[in-house]
Design a protein around this ligand. Structure first.
Ligand code: SF4
Length: 314
């Protein structure tokens, strides 16, 4: 089913949120179970580079139960009861999160993806990957799976500007992302993208211009978050030697509202901010909970009388 076929219900939030979208689709609360299937990344193992993206520390975004020391089945078995009791979750998307989750042969991918889907309550997969780790054979596999389940591929992009992609050592350019999205769109596989706002290589206007650019791509889902400098990364070394401004909390809330106004109203927002653990976060330090950020964004957008897509052409 296409995202545009799901009606937008009146919501307190002034943008299309992933949780509500999935609830409308499955008539039940749907939550992600994060898993580490033991993949690596070509930007770390030497295939493309060894240093990885300069901001990358996979410990900054994965829950403790998401570890390749447990089998895929064990991680799912551990994650589901927790999500049921903590959040009242009823259905589940298995989220292949750390590193590059299409970086293996089609046979290995099929075994892992089917193993994940073969758990009661699991209605689909979200697969985080790089746009240079997809090809027609892998898309064909995902297309087959998408006839049976909800399959979402999330392409890491971070910026549409090649100068930034070079600065952060992504190892691919914007054209590579566009080609991956072109291969995926229209196959029944849902397409997502991931952007970071706040790289020191970009002006505020350039960051805002990404909303229009990404809206012109055939993507249905988007994650955006503020740049976070975390320990153990090349970016942290760079920041220590040559500090650059990061978003204050108030600046970022205003930035998000501006960005959402310029974003297509059809795109579903999967994430709006990042929250690295306190013990590894260098900057910016906000000390805000998830619900506080969402509450403050709502209040700010309400005060401005704005909503997602307000400034896009009808
Ligand atoms: S592609 Fe992803 S996993 Fe690989 S280095 Fe970059 S951020 Fe890290």
């Amino acid at each position: 089913m296409k995202t545009s076929e799901i009606p937008v219900k009146p919501a307190t939030r002034r943008y299309r949120a992933f949780g509500q979208y999935m609830k409308d689709l499955y008539h039940a609360p749907v939550y992600k179970v994060n898993v580490d299937a033991g993949f690596t990344c070509p930007n770390r193992d030497g295939s493309i580079a060894t240093g990885g993206c300069i901001y990358c520390n996979n410990d900054s975004f994965r829950p403790a139960a998401c570890t390749s020391s447990l089998s895929l089945h064990q991680q799912i078995e551990k994650g589901i009861p927790y999500l049921r009791s903590r959040y009242g979750a009823e259905k589940f998307i298995v989220y292949f999160q750390p590193f590059t989750n299409t970086y293996a042969s089609v046979d290995i991918l099929e075994r892992l993806y089917r193993e994940a889907l073969n758990n009661p309550g699991v209605v689909g997969l979200a697969i985080g990957t790089r746009p240079d780790c997809i090809d027609r054979a892998k898309i064909a596999l995902l297309e087959r799976l998408a006839r049976e389940a909800f399959i979402l591929v999330e392409y890491g992009l971070q910026s549409v500007y090649d100068a930034t992609l070079q600065f952060i050592n992504r190892g691919h350019d914007y054209a590579c992302f566009q080609e991956a999205v072109r291969l995926t769109a229209g196959t029944g596989v849902h397409v997502g993208a991931h952007l970071i706002l706040g790289f020191p290589t970009e002006t505020r206007d350039q960051m805002l211009a990404m909303a229009g650019e990404i809206s012109r791509q055939p993507i249905e889902f988007l994650k955006i978050h503020q740049l976070q400098v975390v320990k153990g990364t090349a970016l942290a070394d760079h920041y220590e030697k040559a500090p650059f401004p990061t978003f204050t909390y108030e600046e970022y809330i205003a930035m998000l509202a501006d960005f959402l106004e310029l974003l297509s109203p059809d795109i579903i927002l999967q994430r709006l901010f990042a929250a690295a653990p306190d013990d590894i976060l260098v900057a910016p330090v906000w000390n805000k909970t998830r619900s506080e950020v969402l509450r403050d964004l709502d209040a700010y957008m309400e005060q401005r009388g704005t909503h997602q897509g307000k400034k896009t052409a009808a």
